[in-house]
Design a binder for this molecule. Structure first.
Ligand code: NDP
Length: 310
């Protein structure tokens, strides 16, 4: 049996697409992916999602969104898509050995945290190296942790970590920040948070001990090298889109994001395939913009089905 709409990914974009598709009576199949609920499930307070003046916890917001999608008839499948065939309709989606067919497809596979790309970072992952303060801050009570990055994520992670750690050092490769003024100020006003600017991490120590004991730094202006002792390292240097499955089948931009036609559609270069949320957005990347594009993609899919009845 072919589904009218299959949605890949269950973050803000996917869940909103599911609410709209389900309310249009399209009985969407929502395949949750490896991180059910998406990136908001590893964040803490969401203070800028309209309708929640006191803020809401990210995981809580995602539980509500999924509940809303299910209420209107979304079928939720736990699992991760392993292969897709977009060469003709109905599109084929594999979850392991199981194949699902969809008249239309909404891709909302999101984006994942980027890594510095150091061998030592990889080897000490989970042994003091993390990309999720909400998940791991508790382990660093009264310790010194380093956060790398200069965007909102770095400021947010540092501010959250400072509630547990005795000291937090933000290491940034430039002397100005990409982070919004309010998040910067919050971090700068926190007496536990210090900054090391114009610097890159060249190595995470100590592989011999099998745990994080410090980082080797290089000042990018002076070339001077130094060691900074710490107990944990949080990587907060941005995200990359989860589009490996679609390479060679869908048009991607230079950074790997799916190209959507926008103005006014979430269509990709394949008729019947739509994309929404962070997988096609390298600019805004907000929960509310993801939800907005999820809504648009579902409306696009519904209109497509009306004009291309099979
Ligand atoms: P950003 O892309 O905004 O920032 C990434 C940061 O990491 C930049 O400062 C960048 O440096 C630095 N960086 C990138 N690559 C490297 C590298 N290899 N080595 C060292 N540093 C590196 O990503 P974020 O995850 O911070 O934010 C993504 C989006 O999510 C933004 O739109 C942000 O506003 C939003 N967001 C909003 C939040 C909120 O409002 N509550 C919370 C968190 C995120 P450089 O500046 O030099 O390029």
């Amino acid at each position: 049996m072919s589904h009218k709409v299959i949605i890949l990914g269950s973050g803000c974009a996917g869940c909103t697409a599911a609410v709209y598709a389900a309310r249009a009576n399209l009985q969407p199949l929502l395949i949750e992916g490896t991180q059910p609920g998406g990136q908001l499930t590893i964040t803490s307070d969401v203070e800028n999602y309209p309708g929640f003046p006191k803020g809401i916890l990210g995981p809580e917001l995602m539980v509500l969104m999924k509940e809303q999608a299910v209420r209107f008839g979304t079928e939720v499948l736990q699992g991760d898509v392993t292969k897709v065939d977009l060469s003709k309709r109905p599109f084929k989606i594999w979850v392991g050995d199981q194949v699902y067919e969809g008249e239309t497809l909404i891709i909302s596979t999101g984006a994942s945290a980027m890594w510095l790309g150091l061998e030592s970072e990889k080897k000490l992952w989970g042994k003091g190296v993390s990309a999720c303060a909400t998940c791991d801050a508790f382990f660093f009570k009264n310790q010194h942790v380093v956060v790398v990055g200069g965007g909102d994520t770095a400021m947010e992670e540092a501010t959250f970590l400072a509630k547990f750690a005795s000291k937090v050092t933000i290491i940034h490769r430039r002397d100005t920040f990409r982070a919004s003024k309010i998040m910067q100020k919050r971090a700068m006003d926190d007496p536990k948070i210090k900054f090391v600017l114009d610097s890159a991490i060249e190595e995470v120590m100590d592989l011999a001990q099998g745990k994080v004991t410090g980082v080797k730094l290089k000042n990018l202006k002076t070339g001077q090298k130094s060691d900074l002792a710490c107990d944990g390292l949080f990587i907060a240097i941005g995200h990359k889109p989860n589009t490996a499955l679609f390479k060679g089948q869908l048009e991607l931009d230079a950074k790997g994001y799916i190209v959507t036609k926008k103005q006014p559609s979430m269509a990709t270069d394949i008729p019947g395939v739509f994309a929404c949320g962070d997988v096609q957005d390298s600019i805004y990347r907000q929960a509310v913009t993801a939800a907005g594009t999820g809504c648009a993609a579902a409306i696009d899919a519904e209109r497509f089905l009306t004009h291309h009845a099979s």
